[in-house]
Structures are given as C-alpha cells and as structure tokens.
Design a protein around this ligand. Structure first.
Ligand SMILES: Cc1cc2nc3c(=O)[nH]c(=O)nc-3n(C[C@H](O)[C@H](O)[C@H](O)COP(=O)(O)OP(=O)(O)OC[C@H]3O[C@@H](n4cnc5c(N)ncnc54)[C@H](O)[C@@H]3O)c2cc1C
Length: 511
C-alpha cells in the first residue's frame, strides 16, 4: 500500500480549518486528490490506518460537515470535467464543477439546472448533492435531489460504483410503516432521507443528502430543464406576521417560481430599505409574457386586503431591480461592527407552510428572551427561513445566550412539526438533535445505514451520527477558545467569509 500525498505543514492545515458556519477545527493533514484513482488509493490507505477522512468541496456548507480533525479531502480541484448533452438534457459534471459552471454550459442550449442555490457561483456538484442543496426556485423545482440522474462514487472501502435512478438498491428499503413520524415539510436536509428512499427504492436517494458520511461523490449526472421564456413578479409588504398564514399558501397555489421573505429584522440592517414587518418577493415564470403578467395581477388582487405595499415588475430587468434589496442583505451583514459576529446556529429550520408565521414569531421572541439579535430571511414558499444570530462577542455570557437560543429555537421547530435543516444539512452542529426530531427507532436505522456503508466510520465521523462527546457550540471560530492559527490566515479566512469568497483555492490562503 502506497502512502498518499498528504500536506501536513501548519499553514496549509490552518487554511482548511474553517468553512462557512461557526467552526474552526485544524485538520491533521490535507489531501487534494487529482483523480478517482488517487482518491480510491487514499480511501484504501485510510481504511488500513483507520484514519478519518473529511470530504470537502468549496467549504461553503454551514453546519460543519466540511471541517474536522482527520484528513481533509479537498475535492474542489481534481474533478473538473463537464459535458452537456442537449439531446438527452443531461450534464455529467465532476464533483468539483460548480452550479454556475453547469448553468453556463447549459444556457446556449436553452437549458439549466433549476434549483439555484445563492451559493451557486462556488458550491460544487459534490457539495450540492451531499447536502441536497436548494434555492429560491426550489418552491417550484424542488431541491437538487429531483435533478440527479446518476452518481459516480468512491465507497468507504475504496471501490468505485455508479448509481443510477431506477437502478434499485443493495441496501434494504425501510418499511414505510416505520416512517409514519417522519416530519412532512416541503424541504428536508436533516439526516438520511429514508422517506425518499422508501418511496423510490433507489439507493441514490440514500446517498443524496448524506453529507459525505457514506461515500465520496466523484461525478454527478444532472438532469437539465428548459429555461422558461418569460417572467414577472411583485414585491408585497405586510404590516403583521399573521397575514402570512393566508398569503403564502394563496401565492403557492398560483405556482410561483420563488417566494422570498425578508423580515423586519433584516430590512432594518439594509440602508434605505422599505420598512415592513415582512416583505415578500414573488417571481412567476411562464411560457408567455401575457401569462406572467396575468398571474401577477391575480396575486395582487387576491391579497389586496392584506398588503400595505405593492410594487410589480413585468420583465427580467424590472424583477432584478425589485430583488436588489435581497442582494443588499449580505453586504449589510458584512458591514456589522467587528464585535457583532454573524453566526449560523439556527440558520436552516423548515416548518410546514401553514406554520411559517408562528415560526417567525417564535424566532423573534426567543431572540428577544436571550438578548441575541437575529436577521431572518429565506424561502417563504417552502416554510423555510434562514436566521443569522448576531451576538456581540465582546459581551460577557454571549456563548451561554447563544446556546439557550439554539435549544429554544429547536424546541419551536419541533413543536411546529418542522425539521432543523431544510437545505444545509445536519453536519456536526445538528447531529445530536436528530433523535429529538425522528425518535430512537429512526435514529437506529440511521446508525444501521452508516454501519452498512462505512463500518469503520472512516467517512466524516461525527456528522449526521453524533460523536459520543457531541458539543454543538464548541470548537468555534470566534471567542477566546478558538483554535490558534496564524493571524494572517485567520484574517484571510475572515475575508473569505465576509466576501463569500469560497471559490478561492485554500492553498492560496496559506501562501
Ligand atoms: C453565502 C452563502 C449562500 C448560500 N446559499 C445557499 C442556498 O441558497 N442553498 C443551499 O442549499 N445552500 C446554500 N449555502 C450553503 C452551501 O453553499 C451549500 O451547502 C453547498 O451545497 C455546499 O457546497 P460546497 O461545495 O461548498 O460543499 P462543502 O461545504 O465543502 O461540503 C458540504 C458537505 O458536503 C460534503 N461533501 C462535499 N463534497 C463532497 C463530495 N464530493 N462527496 C461527498 N461529500 C461531499 C462535505 O463533507 C460536507 O458535509 C450557502 C452558503 C453560503 C456561504
């Protein structure tokens, strides 16, 4: 057995110590496999030496699945192949290929990959499949799961395999009667998707969303869809949350392609943004401009009793202007004073659509109770909102208050029949809470799945299946206890975070 090429110098390891999200964990080494053969050899070596491997794409995932104490395996470079076949409407993308690159290559044929993560410029095909990523348009087109036709993988024993939709399974399909209590939300990236696996009997569905814990993805065969020619939209302001209970299901019934929500807590941070309790940005894609404009009219007429503000857009350029306010959210968060850090600990809860207003009310009151400011925004049409907790880390006791907020918000999500992650995954952060949501029987099946695929727990230990010493808010990248790394690298990592510079090769940060 040959020893793999591992990078072990402290500066390189430091450059890989953080992803998006809250953690800083310095890996023992970094591997950057150049192809499938190198990756397979690395896995065989890891099995032989019992070394944990942490698969990683761009590192933009939030809940800590992309960092860890073992060997960090950077897949963002070695798997760049991309081919588009317009006749079959399929694209084969290596694990390193981003959503943006797939979209660019498909556009000349009038095709696209419809779920559109906001991180599409850097999120890799491997990372998107591993988290079952989604985006604003998932209300109409679902998460990426629906668009995966086949996966090429390297398994935990170093063998390669291609799994195809309709190709069945080696692993027994769970009995749907055992999944009666599986939460029924429109989106879910919290643990293994046993419900989807039971529906399709396709092993593929077990692998999608498995966060690098069952196999390495080396290529994805994406199904593509025609770009619809026309769109129109509307911005709707509401003066109270209660209106959402009626307004959102009404809009969903009109078959929109996006319903994005900006809460007052976020609008307040954006200079010159309109002041509303909630602002909804709604987009409709249609075959003709008449149809697109018509449905905007239906939306406005149907909600005129509820809204305090209406602004319509009848074409792509107008819609871009309407959505500018959403694009200003990230820069506004990046401009917060250095003492106020944006931390993603309750950032991905998803609840049944009709409970969305209650969820936002619960979030606001938990934030107030624990005196941690929050910014709330997200995908209203899926009952799914992102929440950035914004504690002042120079104030004594901020860690305790953040922990209380984490636990209280999970209680609210649980009470409303939701899931802790709609699109980001469980990661390390939420591994230890899955049992509260699914119960011990389902958690037992999760453990069986993990054992069947990865009996030695080589792949991403501590993710989805919690480590024995699971501590969600330990190993933070901020605060006095943060692991020591060189100051210049810490500053560059902070810059990556502030500017969403996740496409930057991490080796550049170590130079
Ligand atoms: C500014 C910003 C906006 C975002 N917007 C969205 C959004 O709209 N929608 C959304 O869903 N997410 C969003 N995210 C989160 C993130 O971009 C997604 O989770 C994305 O899918 C992660 O891709 P990545 O290549 O960065 O993977 P990483 O972060 O590197 O990894 C994520 C997980 O996938 C595993 N993994 C990565 N590559 C592989 C592989 N080849 N094989 C097996 N496992 C692998 C890792 O082990 C880890 O568990 C956003 C993040 C940021 C920073």
């Amino acid at each position: 057995m040959s020893t793999p090429n591992l990078l072990t110098d402290p500066r390189t390891r430091a450059a890989y110590a953080e992803g998006a999200g809250i953690y800083r964990i310095v890996p023992s080494a970094v591997a950057i496999p150049a192809d499938v053969a190198e990756l397979a050899a690395l896995v065989r070596w890891a099995v032989e030496t019992r070394t944990p491997l942490i698969p990683r794409g761009a590192g933009s995932g939030m809940p800590g699945g992309n960092v860890g104490a073992g060997v960090l395996v950077d897949l963002s470079r070695g798997f760049p192949d991309l081919t588009v076949d317009p006749h079959t409407r399929l694209a084969r993308a290596g694990a390193s290929v981003t959503w943006g690159q797939v979209t660019e290559a498909a556009r000349p044929y009038g095709l696209r990959l419809p779920p559109d993560p906001s991180s599409g410029a850097f999120a890799t095909s491997g990372g998107m499949v591993a988290t079952n990523a989604a985006g604003p348009r998932s209300i109409r087109y679902g998460s990426v799961r629906r668009w995966v036709e086949a996966l090429e993988v390297v398994e935990a024993n170093g063998e390669t395999r291609t799994l195809r939709r309709g190709g069945g399974t080696r692993y027994p399909v769970p009995d749907t009667r055992d999944l009666q209590n599986f939460p029924k939300t429109r989106k879910n990236s919290s643990g293994y998707a046993l419900d989807r696996f039971a529906e399709s009997s396709d092993e593929l569905d077990l692998l999608i969303g498995s966060e690098g814990t069952l196999a390495f993805v080396t290529a994805v065969h994406w199904r593509l869809d025609p770009i619809l020619p026309d769109l129109a939209g509307v911005a709707l302001g509401f003066s109270d949350l209660a209106a959402l209970a009626e307004a959102v299901p009404f809009l969903v019934a009109l078959n929109p392609s996006a319903i994005e929500l900006l809460d007052a807590s976020l609008l307040r941070l954006i200079p010159n943004a309109p002041v509303h309790a909630v602002l909804l940005l709604v987009e409709f894609e249609r075959e003709t401009s008449v149809a697109a404009r018509g449905v905007v009219g239906d939306a406005v007429r149907g909600l005129k009793q509820h809204v305090t503000h209406v602004e319509t857009a009848v074409d792509r350029a107008g819609l871009e202007r309407l959505w500018d306010v959403r694009r200003l959210a990230s820069p506004a968060l990046a401009r917060l004073p250095p003492s106020q850090r944006s931390l993603q600990v309750i950032e991905d809860g998803c609840v049944p659509l009709e409970r969305l207003g209650e969820y936002i009310a619960g979030l606001r009151s938990a934030a107030e109770r624990h005196d941690v400011p929050v910014a709330i925004f997200g995908h209203a049409g899926d009952g799914h909102v992102h929440v950035n907790a914004l504690p002042d880390i120079t104030r004594k006791g901020w860690e305790e208050r953040l922990t209380l907020l984490f636990n209280d918000v999970l209680d609210v999500v649980l009470r409303l029949g939701g899931v802790p992650a709609g699109e980001h995954g469980a990661g390390r952060l939420r591994a230890g809470v899955l049992e509260r949501f699914y119960g011990s029987a389902v958690m037992g099946v999760f453990r069986d799945v993990k054992r069947a695929y990865d009996p030695l727990s080589i792949l991403n230990p501590g993710v989805i299946i919690p480590a024995a010493d699971w501590a969600p808010l330990a190993a933070l990248k901020v605060g006095e206890d943060a692991a020591a790394i060189p100051d210049d690298i810490a500053a560059r990592l902070r810059d990556v975070e502030r500017t969403a510079g996740w496409a930057t090769p991490k080796l550049e940060l170590a130079r």
